[in-house]
Design a protein around this ligand. Structure first.
Ligand code: NUP
Length: 218
């Protein structure tokens, strides 16, 4: 993923045509599109190939299975054209390594989830944060997913692991793009604040411009 905009579009829609049209229209403002179960289960895995003709695709299946299944799912995603997969770190080093090993066969990337943006994630994930970062380091991941609506966590993670940080939780979940970036996020991930807005193209540009202005002022 080449960093030009710092913005990743979370395409959590259910319609193929709408997703492709919108992604095409905002492609100048994003560096990648992230697909998740709502889209892939509604439209089929071919959507990954279709989107990969427009921009880089990150497959957010939050893989959390035994190693050979993590590996098989990653392989399918990469074969369809994904550039990266997202995996949970809590399943341990071997499961995560099965993803990084598979990714290396495709020149792909792996991002591990070390914390989450929703209320309640702290119940289990906060106390495990150091361990999840350690497992991610050992598995040689390309970056981590960290909550954009909790800049203090981004800083904490940045201090524990020297890697790329992708942050969801912006807009609809209360996070602010500039705050996430200034705390150390390299990319922000935004879904509803783009696709649910009255003018998604304008919203994507505005979100991109906001963080871009920030970069240039750094
Ligand atoms: O901690 C996480 N929080 C989160 O929202 C990890 C994620 N991968 N996500 C994903 O980011 C979530 O699955 C959705 O696809 C996107 C956020 O969407 P939105 O809140 O911007 O609409």
């Amino acid at each position: 993923m080449q960093k030009q905009n710092g913005l990743i579009f979370a395409a959590d829609l259910k319609e193929r045509r709408k997703t492709l049209n919108l992604t095409r229209k905002i492609s100048d403002y994003i560096d990648a599109v992230k697909v998740n179960y709502p889209l892939v289960l509604s439209t089929g895995a071919e959507i990954i190939s279709d989107l990969s003709d427009i921009t880089d695709v990150i497959a957010d299946f939050k893989l959390a299975d035994v190693p050979h299944i993590n590996s098989r799912i990653s392989k399918i995603a990469f074969n369809k054209g994904a550039s990266a997969v997202i995996c949970h770190a809590f399943t341990g080093e071997e499961s995560l390594k099965s993803c990084t090993k598979t990714a290396s066969e495709f020149d792909g990337e792996v991002y591990s989830v070390v914390n989450m943006s929703h209320p309640g994630s702290e119940d289990v994930m906060d106390s495990s944060l150091p361990k999840l970062c350690e497992i991610s380091k050992k598995a040689d991941i390309d970056g981590v997913i960290a909550p954009g609506n909790q800049p203090d966590k981004i800083e904490m993670i940045k201090n524990k692991i020297d890697t790329k940080i992708l942050s969801p939780g912006i807009g609809a979940q209360g996070g602010k793009g500039k705050k996430a970036i200034s705390a150390g996020a390299d990319y922000i991930i935004v879904g509803r604040s783009i696709y649910d807005s009255t003018d998604p193209v304008k919203s994507a540009k505005k979100i991109r411009d906001n963080i871009k202005m920030y970069y240039s002022n750094e």
